[in-house]
Write a protein that binds this ligand. Structure first.
Ligand SMILES: Cc1cc2nc3c(=O)[nH]c(=O)nc-3n(C[C@H](O)[C@H](O)[C@H](O)COP(=O)(O)OP(=O)(O)OC[C@H]3O[C@@H](n4cnc5c(N)ncnc54)[C@H](O)[C@@H]3O)c2cc1C
Length: 386
């Protein structure tokens, strides 16, 4: 839009070291993404490029806040936030390492600090080890405690370990991941329905493990079905304590729900709309100004969650709020684009392609990482309303 000077991302000043880093990241992205067309950028953190992840690893932009003994860089959570928001705003193909950086690395450092973490986490920080999340099952999504995939303790020719049988579904990135962190049942369901579950690190190359693609409504292969048929996992791959999987998964979900990707997944469409907008049209100025203001509010809230995480506080309630509100703003964006530009978008233009992609992508935003109803239930509980 001619004459418009607001940047949806740059609003809100951070300490000078963060802004210096922002300039460094932007300069890197200008070069590294020069050949990536806008229509591919709208895949945002669903887009994956292992070579790109390795480049970020070399620059120290994965595992940024982690201790140096785990290959991390001991930078602040605000510095990490700046890198994340620049990657998302640019639509960089960060999907390969995203889950490992966001939740798997922190989980391993917290619950397997002397066993698995020293071996695996430095590889995550180098952009060489990718993870997937093995929580949902065909009949267990929102009601995660009803999972049926189980692990039984076994000592046999393969050693001392566990044998896993069952099925996971909607597993994003399983086809390119090196590891899964799987939540499974290690005891039957007793009186405590949240008891008897445990988490395991599973090497995706283990015999008996099969990954089958599920093509989404965009026609893309992002998530999968993963079946476990007598999959042997060594005893040392138990993460944390046996039977404590539910508590551990709660901490993991707080990481999963808290990042800026929960309101910046459709930033490409906003940028395209700003490019196409007519500064002389007050409808455009008001509508887009409103979205930019919403971004500003969500950013402040999301930064607040980042602060809570860095202080070791539990951000579950705040993260649920940001994710719920972020999904609302993002899901309204394709309709807004249609209101403002529908009927006069040049077919095949980057705005046209971005509108089409985003229209089909946004319904999943209030499903993945916890549905709208589940998050609102958590918010109500957190406010003592139920
Ligand atoms: C793009 C995408 C990526 C995903 N990636 C992964 C992944 O990598 N790993 C993984 O494990 N899972 C993944 N998932 C699965 C996701 O976590 C589940 O889809 C989600 O938890 C909902 O579970 P469900 O699909 O079984 O729906 P259900 O739980 O069956 O829900 C169906 C509907 O009923 C509502 N509902 C359910 N229970 C209640 C209740 N108690 N009160 C009110 N309403 C309720 C829900 O809100 C929803 O609207 C992904 C999903 C998507 C869309």
């Amino acid at each position: 839009m001619q004459g418009l000077t607001i940047s949806p991302i740059a609003a809100g000043a951070l300490p000078p070291e963060c802004e210096a880093l922002r300039a460094e990241v932007r300069a890197f992205l200008a070069g590294a993404m020069a050949d990536i067309p806008p229509a591919r950028r709208c895949r945002n953190w669903s887009g994956a490029d292992p070579a790109f992840s390795r480049k970020l690893g070399e620059r120290g932009w994965i595992g940024m806040t982690w201790p140096k003994r785990y290959g991390g860089h001991e930078r602040t959570s605000l510095e990490r936030y700046v890198v994340l928001e620049e990657m998302l705003a640019a639509g960089a193909p960060v999907g390969a390492h995203w889950i490992a950086d966001r939740q798997s690395g922190p989980l391993l450092m917290r619950y397997a600090p002397d066993t698995l973490a020293p071996r695996i986490v430095p590889r995550i920080a180098r952009g060489e080890a990718f993870f997937c999340i093995g929580m949902s099952e065909p009949d267990s999504g929102s009601d995660l405690a009803s999972i049926r995939t189980r692990a039984d303790r076994r000592v046999d020719g393969r050693g001392d370990g566990w044998v896993i049988n069952g099925r996971k579904v909607w597993t994003s990135g399983a086809h390119r991941a090196h590891y899964m962190i799987a939540l499974v049942r290690t005891e039957g369901r007793g009186d405590n329905r949240h008891g008897g579950m445990s988490q395991f690190l599973v090497d995706m190359k283990t015999p008996g493990l099969t990954v089958r693609p599920i093509v989404n409504q965009l026609g893309e292969h992002d998530f999968n079905e993963v079946t476990f048929d007598d999959v042997f996992v060594p005893a040392e791959n138990l993460i944390g304590s046996e039977g404590e999987g539910w508590q551990q998964v709660g901490a993991e979900l707080a990481f999963e729900r808290s990042g800026p990707e929960r309101y910046l997944s459709s930033s490409q469409l906003l940028l395209e709309m700003l490019d196409a907008a007519d500064a002389a049209d007050p409808r455009h100025a008001v509508a887009l100004g409103r979205v930019v203001a919403q971004y500003g509010t969500l950013r402040q809230m999301s930064l607040g969650v980042a602060g809570m995480l860095s202080r070791g506080e539990n951000p579950a309630l705040a993260a649920a709020l940001v994710k719920d509100q972020g999904a609302l703003v993002e899901q309204a964006m394709p309709d807004l684009a249609n209101d403002l530009f529908g009927g006069r978008v040049e077919p095949g233009s980057t705005l046209d392609q971005t509108m089409r992609y985003t229209t089909l992508a946004v319904p999943s935003f209030s499903l993945r990482g916890g549905t709208r109803e589940i998050l609102r239930g958590m918010i109500a509980k957190g406010m003592d309303l139920r």
